[in-house]
Ligand binder design. Sequence first.
Ligand SMILES: CC(C)(COP(=O)(O)OP(=O)(O)OC[C@H]1O[C@@H](n2cnc3c(N)ncnc32)[C@H](O)[C@@H]1OP(=O)(O)O)[C@@H](O)C(=O)NCCC(=O)NCCS
Length: 227
Amino acid sequence: MSKKLLIFGTGEIGRLAHFYFDRDSLWDVAGFVCDDEYFDKKELLGLPCVPLSKLSHFSSKKFAVHIALSYKNLNRNRKEKFLYIKEMGYETPSYISSKSSIWSHDIGDNCFILEDQTIQPDVKIGNNVVLWSGNHIGHGTHIADHVYIASHAVVSGHCSIGERTFIGVNAAIKDFTNIGEACFVGMGVNITKDCKNGDVILPEKTTIIDNETPLATKIKKKYFGDF
Ligand SMILES: CC(C)(COP(=O)(O)OP(=O)(O)OC[C@H]1O[C@@H](n2cnc3c(N)ncnc32)[C@H](O)[C@@H]1OP(=O)(O)O)[C@@H](O)C(=O)NCCC(=O)NCCS
């Protein structure tokens, strides 16, 4: 790799991006960048750290930038920073874990795709998409730009997921389902119908039964005998 990599983001996601790029990619991580208002240290993980206002000192001919930010503001911050850094002319490489089963390489820029994914044939993944560990993305599904999918979601075949949507852990989406833009899919939901832009989809609430109630005693006796 002739260029070196700078990671935009000095928080937890930035440090994780360093971890994964450093151990499982051909990129040589050379340092960190952050917004000027968050610039409070000149070094992170033994590498130099610079404020965004000084990024232009690092030529886009010699450096690429990976934007590593959280889903705060429903992925709007990640989107804006990605577009800004692109506009500055930097290459924005994706990280794709070598420990995943990936059958479609139609994957955009600046994605962060962690271990144990199954990405089936004919899947299209846009720019700046995060797939945290262990998701199933079924054949023919299209994931638009700036989507964030937490862990162990099942997105069945031929679904579409709109820009900036967040999908929580253990969500399951039926095949041929369209989820709009900027939706919040809560953890553990089963989605069987299309969702409009901005929808919030929540599961039934979990019931927590106090230890002192007869039902708690009955259930524990039935399953564990003595407890
Ligand atoms: C939906 C979710 C945000 C709720 O979180 P929570 O911590 O239970 O939220 P709160 O207890 O603050 O609840 C906020 C309000 O929503 C209501 N609410 C929460 N879950 C609900 C549900 N399933 N159905 C209906 N109402 C619900 C609460 O009753 C509360 O209302 P109130 O203020 O009138 O009491 C959470 O379950 C979730 O899906 N988070 C995503 C987790 C995830 O995937 N993390 C991965 C990160 S990488």
